[in-house]
Design a protein around this ligand. Structure first.
Ligand code: DGL
Length: 356
């Protein structure tokens, strides 16, 4: 008995010694928040106003101040890159934002970037950045589905989780991520699936990359496609992007919209076609005329999931068309815009759609 007592006392003393040691907290990561507007910065007339509020009202410093917990987990500073509702996002803001992300991430003392953004076009901005950011450091795009003034506003916890994720070494090399509602989605596959609920962002068939829980990310998969530092696209010297428009497919469609887009200067057309990117008989003459003018035509689908197969619903080889693989039309447009900054060769462009 005595020996056991002595061992217990000895082990307690050892534990006590450890507990007395000053536990040096890991140095906090440096995270930069680039704000662009959206509901996360939105305000409503009352605390129960969750529609009919005004997006893009709070500045980045106000958002940071509204979440004092940020300072406990990271050294955070903010910049206001834009102040817009994201349905008004433009190529000009994209280029300004992307250049600033690359400048900030090139700074050795910056560990990651968070971009606050409206949710309407968050998936497009995230995919654009996924193709042009030249760093493996974490880039997290975050938004909210309820304005900052609402009961149970989701912006503060989404912003807190986004900063944790951007400061996490585990998030390196994952490509640009969209993080809301405790879920981490990849820029390539994420899409808004509900007009107004907090769980709107999903990667329908590919699934989330992981979750935010207990103040850290938990990853379960990675995207298989090239992104960020492995991408071939360089926007550092670009001040504009080629015009690419989307033509929506539906029963009884005609060529008016496509012809108007080309007359307005579109260098590329993405058809969000029915089914497997099918081309209506009455549309094929418009496709051929577009090709004769050197306009690139990409067959995508309005369906949202699945592969648009080459030479499936159209003879792509004969008609010299490109297929979008699994990219939605809105993301195919982004890849085609960037592809057209490098080439008009359809074989090269098709390679890009199988690469990114
Ligand atoms: N106007 C929409 C936008 O800025 C609001 C949606 C949101 O941010 O959640 O994208």
């Amino acid at each position: 008995m005595k020996l056991k007592l002595k061992m217990l006392i000895a082990s307690t003393a050892v534990m006590g010694a450890f507990a007395a040691q000053p536990v040096l907290a890991d140095a906090k990561p440096h995270v930069v928040i680039l704000a662009t507007g959206g509901t996360i910065a939105g305000t409503g007339a009352t605390s129960t106003t969750t529609v009919g509020y005004t997006a893009a009202k709070l500045g980045v410093d106000q958002m940071i101040a509204s979440v004092p917990e940020l300072a406990k987990v990271a050294d955070v500073r903010g910049e206001q890159v834009a102040q817009i509702a994201s349905e008004s996002m433009t190529n000009e803001v994209w280029l300004k934002l992307a250049k600033r992300v690359n400048e900030v991430l090139a700074q050795k003392d910056v560990d990651g970037v968070v971009i606050t953004h409206g949710t309407d076009t968050i998936e497009e901005t995230a995919y654009f950045l996924n193709l042009v950011v030249k760093s493996k450091k974490p880039v997290v795009v975050v938004g909210a589905m309820r304005p900052a003034t609402a009961i149970s506003a989701d912006g503060p916890i989404n912003l807190y989780n986004a900063v944790l994720l951007a400061g996490s070494k585990d998030a390196m090399g994952k490509g640009v991520m969209v993080a809301l509602n405790d879920q981490i989605n990849a820029a390539r596959e994420v899409t808004k699936t509900n007009t107004s609920t907090a769980d709107t962002f999903k990667s329908p068939e590919m699934g989330v990359l992981g979750y935010m829980q207990d103040n850290k990310p938990h990853f379960y998969r990675m995207s298989t496609r090239k992104n960020t530092a492995d991408s071939e696209f360089d926007i550092s010297k670009l001040n504009s992007l080629p015009r690419v428009d989307i033509v929506y497919g539906y029963a009884n469609m005609d060529r008016v919209a496509m012809d108007a887009d080309i007359a307005a200067g579109a260098q590329g057309i993405v058809q969000a076609g029915v089914g497997d990117g099918s081309v209506a008989a009455q549309m094929m003459p418009a496709f051929r005329d577009a090709r004769k003018k050197g306009v690139i035509v990409v067959r995508s689908s309005r369906v949202g999931n699945g592969i648009v197969a080459r030479n499936g619903e159209a003879n792509d080889d004969k008609e010299d068309l490109v297929v979008s693989d699994t990219l939605t039309a809105q993301k195919a447009r982004i890849l085609l815009m960037l592809g057209l900054t490098k080439t008009h060769d359809t074989k090269e462009l098709q390679r890009m759609f199988y690469t990114y």
